[in-house]
Ligand binder design. Sequence first.
Ligand SMILES: Cc1cc2nc3c(=O)[nH]c(=O)nc-3n(C[C@H](O)[C@H](O)[C@H](O)COP(=O)(O)O)c2cc1C
Length: 367
Amino acid sequence: MTSLFDPIRFGDIAAANRIVMAPLTRDRAGPGRTPTPLMTTYYEQRASAGLIVSEGTQISAEGQGYLDTPGIYSTQQIAGWRRVTDAVHTKGGKIVVQLWHVGRISHLSLLPEGQVPVSSTARRANGKTFTAKGFETVAEPRALRTDEIPRLIADYRRAALNAIEAGFDGVEVHGANGYLLEQFMRDSINDRTDAYGGSRENRARLVVEVMAAIADEIGAGRAGIRLSPVTPANDAALDSDPQAMFNLVVDKLAPLKLAFIHVVEGATGGPRDIAPFDYAALRARFKQGNPHGAWIVNNGYTRAMALDAVAHGAADMVAFGKGFISNPDLVRRLRDDAPIAPVVRETLYGGGAQGYTDYPPLEVARA
Ligand SMILES: Cc1cc2nc3c(=O)[nH]c(=O)nc-3n(C[C@H](O)[C@H](O)[C@H](O)COP(=O)(O)O)c2cc1C
């Protein structure tokens, strides 16, 4: 039987174990939305994960929705990320960048002068984002024009190329949690009448074109995507038929032979059973013709659940979010069945080393 601690090869990536550090926004980038030396330390501390997925990282200035999140569109940002990837690789880890465009989940204070957030729709989300003033209501977006879509896809393509230049092992496109790509996929949000709205085919078009462009640019073996078919995060109301929609999305992505699909089961950070959904059906669709693509699962996994999922083939890898925030040596703790330290909520977003790089490894905690 396969173990959570066994190595795995998926696409062009070889990982030492099947434990993934989930993407975690921490709002600690420096001037120019650039990774800092403190961020390098944070990722280096967590390099025993089989695979690290970086925090959401905007593909363009337009794609930013929270204070002090890093980008991957400037030379300075690429250089900052290069220090992170070098540190992780020196420790024997693997790291992909999560390519993020927030769509309508943004605020005017975070965007270039004179720009408003863009989305599939001009309807504002009922939600808040984290700005210099704390949590503030998101701005009213404008709907992207059809003739802007090629430019948007080119931004993803460029960001993927930048990721390789920065030394990442690949990219995870953020197709989850109510951000731009989900704003196109779900009929509860997308109210377009062009080729990118209406039918399921049309609503899947953008995400499929983005993944095809990235696969063409850096190779499918270095490209994956995160999906969250039923999460209510960021005012993403349920699609009228989530199963049919996401079956179609995965059917359309399958021929690309991506390195992985990473699925958030249920409500991100909340109940796993918020809405009925057959994840095994998605996995089967992805695996057909691409047996070496990794199926990564996430959301509320305990050690026992993770061991079971991998042992029984329900997942190839399991991603942990909060566990990795407060346990830099989470892999070792899972292996030894040692206590898992809880997260401190107050220091999740923004600030410095406190609640970021000062969570001790087990032996220090015990001493
Ligand atoms: C502080 C924090 C930041 C997060 N940032 C991101 C992010 O940037 N991208 C993303 O896809 N999910 C993000 N998530 C969701 C996590 O990746 C994960 O799905 C969630 O924490 C559930 O996994 P867990 O139960 O193992 O913590 C974030 C969650 C937390 C707690």
